[in-house]
Design a protein around this ligand. Structure first.
Ligand code: ZN
Length: 122
């Protein structure tokens, strides 16, 4: 079974993360995709991803896109299981570092069609 963006976004709103596992090469993608980015295989299986993981990379956005909160918030790529998901760090005063443990804590829905997972340190 594949995974549409709408299904992925709906899961995020409900506090869960979905991904796609490639049986050819073993790669797991944390966002919807039509084909495995590693090997091009189109036969991908929808999987549930853990909602806790570790920070793979992080950066602080100083100048946000139009329509978003003022700057100074942190975003991170979080490793959840075998996949990586981009999310926002919840507390603007909190700062996570690479390798820190984080858990899914909510969702940003400023742009309702494109919810973003929110993680907080655990
Ligand atoms: Zn693959």
């Amino acid at each position: 079974m594949s995974l549409s963006y709408a299904e992925w976004a709906s899961a995020v709103r409900e506090g869960s993360l979905l991904g796609l596992a490639c049986e050819e090469c073993g790669h797991t993608n944390g966002v919807p995709t039509g084909a495995c980015p590693h090997c091009g295989n189109r036969d991908l299986q929808q999987v549930s991803l853990p909602t806790e993981g570790t920070v793979h990379t992080e950066t602080t956005i100083q100048v946000p896109p139009d329509g978003f909160d003022e700057g100074g918030y942190q975003v991170a790529v979080v490793e959840v299981g075998d996949a990586r998901v981009m999310g926002r760090i919840a507390d603007e005063s909190a700062s996570v570092a690479i390798g820190d443990a984080v858990a899914l804590s909510g969702v940003i829905t400023e742009d309702d069609d494109h919810p973003a997972p929110v993680f907080e340190p655990v």
